[in-house]
Design a protein around this ligand. Structure first.
Ligand code: F6R
Ligand code: ZN
Length: 185
């Protein structure tokens, strides 16, 4: 019998290898109205990549799991740190697990009732995202923030439900990380 070579994640960099991969880059031009300061966003180069997602190309069938790594680059739109768009799962009850790999940041979690909280993300951090909970990564550091995620293939994404924003936004003010509660983003 031969031994199967599985895909690999390089823990230090988050690079996925040795499997069929899907890749998606999200750029400044894709993130209209995601940041508080839309004028500041328009001043930035639209082509600039805010985050890359690499995923193993595995089955989406009921009961199967997806595995992906998000690389969220350091930067700000105005004073607001670079972040992912963020989403609920289309199948609201489906949860997810994130593992911090490198860099420093925050995971913003928000329930359907609008209760929001922030968890610190760092190499080795483990984040249990329950069902019915929207999630967004925020890079508050000066390095790339990379996180590994595992989620059900059937979960899907619902971006529209939070298109007006999460209840918390995170800014750099006086060289410090400041989280602010806001009304409807
Ligand atoms: C999958 C998941 C992550 C995100 C990725 C990009 O359910 O949570 O793989 O999809 O971090 O963020 P979004 O999808 O919000 O643009
Ligand atoms: Zn998700």
């Amino acid at each position: 019998l031969s031994f199967i070579q599985p895909p690999q994640v390089a823990w230090a960099s988050g690079a996925l290898a040795d499997g069929p991969l899907l890749r998606k880059s999200t750029r400044i031009q894709d993130l209209t109205h995601v940041f508080a300061d839309e004028n500041a966003r328009q001043q930035l180069a639209g082509e600039q990549v805010v985050y890359d997602v690499e995923m193993l190309d595995t089955s989406p069938a009921d009961g199967e799991l997806y595995t992906g790594v998000t690389h969220l680059y350091p930067g700000r739109v105005g004073c607001e740190y670079f972040m992912t768009r963020g989403h609920f799962h289309a199948r609201r009850e489906q949860g997810e697990v994130y593992f911090g790999l490198r860099g420093t940041g925050l995971l913003l979690l928000q329930t359907e009732q609008g209760d929001a909280r922030l968890e610190k993300v760092f190499a080795g951090s483990v984040h249990i995202i329950p069902g019915f909970t929207a999630h967004r990564l925020i890079n508050t550091g000066e390095e790339v923030l990379s996180a590994l995620a595992v989620w059900p293939g059937i979960a899907g994404h619902d971006y529209a439900a939070l298109a007006r924003g999460f209840r918390i936004r995170v800014f750099e003010e006086n060289k410090r990380v400041q989280a602010k509660e806001v009304q409807n983003g």
